[in-house]
Structure formats: C-alpha cells, structure tokens
Write a protein of this length. Structure first.
Length: 313
C-alpha cells in the first residue's frame, strides 16, 4: 500500500449512515473536508432507535457546505429495507454515483439475559446488521458496474464480551462474518470491504447504569482521547482508493490503530483410528489451547487446508 501523497476524495461520493451525531458525524465531516461529496444520513432518533428528527442530518450537511464542501442530508431510516434503497437513490439523484458506503448507524438497547427479549434483538439487528446489509446491497450494482467501491462496516470490541448489551454484541459479531464473506465477492469487482471497531465514547456506548465520569484533569484527558474524531482517519483511509486491503478488521481510537484478526491454534491431533474419548480431549486441553504457532486464515478454504493438512499425507 502506498501511504504517500495527499489523501483526497475529489470526485468521489460517500454515503455515511448515522452521520448526524457521534462517530458518523466525525466521519462525514472529515470526508467532506477531504473533498468527497457526502450524503449525510441520519433518521435523528434516540440512541434506543425511537423517534425521528431532521435536525442532525441537516446540521452536519450544513457544516460541510459552510466549510466549502458538498453535502446533502438524508433522513431515511436504515432500519427498513426501503429506507436503505431510498438512501442510495438520494446519492444517485444528487450526485450521479456512489463510491463509498460507510455503514455506521447504530442503536443501543442495554439488556442482558433474560431481559433481552425478541424486540430488543430485532430492533438492534434491524439497524446494525440489516441496515448494513440492505444499504450495501442497494449500492452494490452501481459499485460493481463502475468497477470500484469502498464499503466500511462498523463492528465493536463488544465482541470480546458485553453481558449488559447482548443484542448489540451479537449484531456486531454478525458484521464480522458479513465483512469477511462479502470481501471475497467484492474483490473481482474492484470493491474493497473492511470493518472498523471504534474505541470512542458515543451515545450507544453509554447507559444509565454506568456512573458519570468526574471532571478531573485525568478524566478530561481520557474523554478527549476517546473523542470520535480520533477514529475517523482510519475510516477515511479504508475509504480511499489507495487502500487495497480487503476483509480486514481495524481497531481505531485513543490515538492507537491496530489490526484485529481471527487466529487458530495448531491444536492437538488425535490418532486416525477410532473416535477419541472425552478423556483424551481433557488430557490434551493445554495443547489444544496453546497459542504458539497460531495461524491467521485468509479464507475458509485457507483454514480448511491447514486444519485438515494431515489428511493429505
């Protein structure tokens, strides 16, 4: 990858969902400042996904244009498939094309088992997973036809375990599978699909159950380090034509940028004959879990070749 030169987006059209506040706002402002024409999408609801308000999308689009950029607001809800198609239609109607889709919109309905009911799960999946799925699908024919595109999904380190917001972590986990799989289909079309896991304080990341941060000098410095605009440079890089990575997960925030990957241990290989006893699994548990010599599969086929390499001997 060539990291030199001026990373601008002149002539490119970017859709940013959930762009009226928080992370999406920061992404949209940066892309607009770097020359992209931005569709600022935000239904303007609460962090739980209730209600609507035209104000946030209009305000951010106005900020971009006031700074000399080009942007239009869009208040379609990505929680419904028709809203996702209408959003892409806005980009085509206003700017004639779409090059970048930043799937950022999200809600948060804090609940753990058994309080996390069907409605909690459905509403969360509607925005995070289905919203990403349908928006990307609506844009896909245009990206494929022009032989170019950049799609960014938003996952979360909540994947590591988030007991008090189970539906959120579940949706974010699903997006990793979506990103990795879609990246393979994207490559022949000149489209790149990657995920970002932000480390920032946003509306969905806060709840009434969490204590307020006191306003000490240390806490103020920490709050600044968790500002949303410290995530956006990674999003902009993944959105740029010079970035050719595909199917990766990048963690960004608090001045640190890192790769998050899926690794597999070499494990333990039992005798070829017969079915191993449970006691054999227990007896080799340390070997099964030993991370030494782990590998990072590039694809399902790559994992399969390594996991079953002994069968080809």
């Amino acid at each position: 990858m060539d990291a030199s030169g001026d990373f601008r987006f002149d002539g490119r059209v970017a859709i940013v969902t959930g762009a009226g506040r928080g992370l999406g706002r920061s992404h949209a402002l940066l892309l607009g400042a770097l020359g992209a024409k931005v569709v600022v999408n935000d239904v303007g609801g609460t962090k739980e996904g209730e209600g609507s308000d035209d104000g946030p999308a209009n305000e951010v689009a106005g900020q971009i244009t006031a700074a000399g950029g080009t942007a239009v607001p869009d208040t379609n809800s990505v929680a419904a498939e028709e809203g996702c198609h209408a959003l892409v239609a806005t980009a085509l109607r206003e700017f004639g094309r779409v090059d970048i889709v930043v799937n950022n919109a999200g809600i948060s309905r804090f609940a753990s088992f058994p309080e996390a009911d069907a409605e909690n799960l459905d509403k969360t999946l509607d925005v995070h997973l289905r919203g990403t799925w349908h928006t990307t699908r609506a844009a896909w024919p245009y990206l494929a036809e022009q032989g170019y595109g950049r799609v960014i999904t938003t996952t979360s380190t909540g994947m590591f375990g988030l007991a008090d917001n189970l539906a959120y972590a579940t949706a974010k986990g699903a997006l990793i599978g979506f990103t990795r799989s879609l990246a393979m289909a994207a490559a022949p079309h000149g489209i790149r699909v990657n995920a970002v896991a932000p480390n920032a304080v946003t509306r969905p990341s806060t709840s009434a159950a969490k204590p307020n941060i006191t306003t000490t000098a240390q806490s103020e410095a920490r709050q600044r380090a968790l500002a949303t605009d410290l995530v956006s440079p990674m999003v902009a890089y993944l959105a740029h034509e010079r970035c050719d990575v595909n199917g990766e997960i990048l963690v960004a925030g608090a001045h640190r940028f890192a790769r998050w990957f899926l690794g597999v241990t070499p494990g333990y290989l039992s005798a070829a004959d017969g079915v191993p006893a449970v006691e054999e699994i227990a007896g080799h548990w340390d070997e099964i879990n030993d991370p030494g010599g782990y590998y990072v599969p590039e694809s399902l086929r790559d994992w399969s070749a390594k996991f079953m390499a002994h069968l080809a001997r």
